[in-house]
Design a protein. Structure first.
Length: 307
């Protein structure tokens, strides 16, 4: 069962732009944080920090007939919004969020996208426009109207791209953590992802009542058309962005696809001003888990720059 859960987690990320070519390498292992400005926290230090951290407050927000869970740790100055990748809920940030609040004093917001964590599911194909609307509605309900530092991992990069494009005055800066970015989605690469993931989708259809399977199916139904459109999307020039790309990428078992992923990140950075590329040395796609100190460092740099 443990092995199956690991497979399910990765399969759900696959249709966010991560082919199953990448998941055959085995269990992800943590890497050292050598070269980062922060030392990697020990388990005991993390636990101690978490015990002393302010507790987030749950806010349930309704949008278009479904309820969404937003978890808010109040602070001052900018608002750091953490958005997890495909198949992950707000708990993905459980170690990073308290540290950011402690270090910066900023308000920190995590949330569960529709169908994940404590948020209600939305039937039908996954729609990035609906996901953007959920985030917009949630932040508006929380009274967040300016100075957002948007931190997005993996699939959440797609939400971030459209959200920043629609709300350039709201987003002060963004940290895109091994994020799904428009240059990657050529017709050829999208077709490769779809073909590689078809077995996982077929397996998910055997138990559609499982929330993770349901989400995988909904993403698959809209994947090709959505990513053809996403390939043409652009990031607003007025919003600074730091792009953290993992060294191993989601395609650790496929050198060609890994190269394309890294090239897409570099191309995105070249396409506009105020964009910085950072490589997470030694990290798998799970940069927030493998290199948390690096992610924290880059977020705090953005907070200082835009604060």
């Amino acid at each position: 069962m443990a092995r199956l859960r690991r497979f399910d987690r990765r399969a759900h990320r696959a249709l966010a732009g991560i082919a199953l070519l990448a998941v055959s390498a085995g269990v992800v292992t943590a890497c050292s944080d050598e070269g980062s400005g922060h030392p990697a926290p020990s388990p005991s230090a993390s636990a101690s920090s978490a015990r002393g951290a302010a507790e987030p407050e749950l806010h349930m927000v309704e949008n278009d007939g479904h309820r969404l869970a937003f978890h808010v740790t109040e602070g001052s100055g900018p608002t750091i919004v953490l958005d997890a990748g495909g198949g992950e809920d707000s708990s993905y940030w459980k170690d990073i969020a308290p540290q950011l609040h402690s270090d910066t004093g900023a308000t920190v917001v995590t949330y569960d996208r529709a169908g994940l964590g404590r948020s209600e599911a939305v039937p039908g194909p996954w729609d990035v426009a609906s996901a953007v609307s959920d985030l917009e509605t949630g932040l508006r309900a929380l009274g967040v109207t300016r100075d957002v530092i948007l931190v997005s991992h993996s699939q959440a990069g797609e939400i971030a791209t459209y959200f920043a494009g629609a709300n350039p005055g709201l987003v002060a800066g963004s940290v895109l953590v091994d994020a799904s970015l428009p240059p990657f989605y050529t017709d050829e690469e999208t077709a490769r992802v779809v073909a590689a993931n078809q077995p996982a989708v077929d397996a998910a259809r055997e138990d559609p009542s499982d929330p993770r399977n349901s989400q995988l199916i909904s993403i698959a139904e809209s994947y090709t058309a959505m990513h053809a459109a996403y390939h043409r999307a652009s990031w607003p020039d007025t919003v600074p962005a730091t792009v953290i790309v993992s060294e191993k990428t989601p395609f650790d078992g496929s050198p060609e696809d890994a190269r394309r992923w890294r090239d897409a990140a570099a191309a995105f950075v070249r396409q506009g001003p105020d964009r910085t590329l950072v490589t997470a040395r030694g990290s798998s796609h799970d940069v927030p888990e493998d290199r948390p100190a690096l992610v924290i460092e880059e977020i705090e740099k953005m907070v200082r720059a835009e604060g």
